[in-house]
Design a protein around this ligand. Structure first.
Ligand SMILES: Nc1ncnc2c1ncn2[C@@H]1O[C@H](COP(=O)(O)OP(=O)(O)O)[C@@H](O)[C@H]1O
Ligand SMILES: [Mg+2]
Length: 281
């Protein structure tokens, strides 16, 4: 059976698709018995892959949705397309009712088609866009949930609210903080109760490659050494258990690159205030 890793944000569009593609592109070759992961675009507000890469959405998510209802759903791999940087993906149509319905069907009954049969190896990186009600069932069925957030107190507060509802499960979550963040990894893990945090640097050069805006950069492998890819490799190692992982947050270079350690406990106070308001106490 494949492993299922769900990636999504609680609010806004912080860079979920970019993170999913970066992690897939950085997946360790020897992980999962050398089987490359598959990114599945299951975002109710629509797919970006077809537009960004000019790849057809058929076969794609609609086929998975159709297969999800069948006795013998067949292989997910029949619905994949190869993106220019070697990542396999199941694309969805760009929004609309058909897309939303397909996400609902895959979320409700698509576990078999996503996870495959006993002999199927590899990992599905499920990009749900937002972790809304529609995909709640899949969160529970996931081997790991990766939340993506920007690093400001406002964005983190929304993530905190979601994690508070997840209770003890929050410890299984990995949080990716995209772009500048004034808080240290330790402060975030301690305050939000999340198991791990990784900072994804703001890196337009690599993001352009991953969004199909910089085909010329693909002629060399230089973009793979960019800061965003270094962080994505750390995430991929974390998710495949192939890296050296600290108990809480990150140690070493990434933490230094992504976070400005904060002397204040502003985040903790801000989020504690939010929790008090929510419980009405
Ligand atoms: N780490 C990053 N550095 C630079 N640009 C980024 C980064 N992450 C995302 N972007 C850009 O932000 C925009 C939204 O990213 P996307 O991954 O599509 O967000 P989402 O899937 O959350 O809607 C895209 O133009 C993308 O290239
Ligand atoms: Mg997206």
């Amino acid at each position: 059976m494949r492993r299922l890793i769900t990636l999504g944000s609680v609010k806004g569009a912080p860079g979920v698709t970019t993170a999913a593609l970066a992690v897939a592109a950085a997946w360790p070759e020897h992980a999962d018995g050398h089987v490359r992961p598959v990114v599945v675009e299951a975002d109710v507000s629509g797919g970006d892959l077809t537009v960004r890469f000019g790849c057809p959405h058929m076969p794609g998510l609609l086929d998975l949705a159709t297969a999800a209802r069948k006795e013998q759903p067949g292989s997910l791999l029949a619905a994949t397309a190869d993106l220019p940087f070697g990542v396999r993906a199941v694309a969805s149509p760009a929004g609309g009712r058909a897309c939303a319905e397909a996400v609902r069907l895959v979320a409700e009954s698509g576990q078999r088609v996503l996870l495959g049969e006993g002999a199927d190896q590899g990992t599905v990186l499920l990009d749900v866009g937002r972790v809304g009600e529609c995909v709640e069932g899949l969160l529970g069925a996931s081997d790991a949930v990766v939340l993506i957030s920007r690093g400001g107190a406002d964005a983190l507060a929304h993530t905190y609210a979601h994690l508070a509802e997840a209770g003890q499960q929050a410890e299984q979550y990995v949080l990716l903080v995209v772009g500048p963040c004034p808080y240290s990894p330790g402060e975030i893990t301690a305050t939000l109760g999340v198991g791990r945090v990784v900072f994804l640097p703001w890196d337009p050069k690599v993001a352009d490659v991953l969004a199909g805006r910089s085909r010329s950069a693909l002629r060399t492998s230089g973009w793979r050494t960019g800061r965003l890819m270094a962080a994505a490799r750390e995430v991929a190692q974390l998710l495949t258990g192939t890296g050296e992982v600290g108990v809480k947050g990150l140690g070493g270079d990434l933490a230094r690159a992504g976070a400005v350690p904060s002397a204040s406990s502003f985040l903790r106070r801000g989020l504690a205030g939010l929790a008090t308001k929510e419980t009405g106490s």
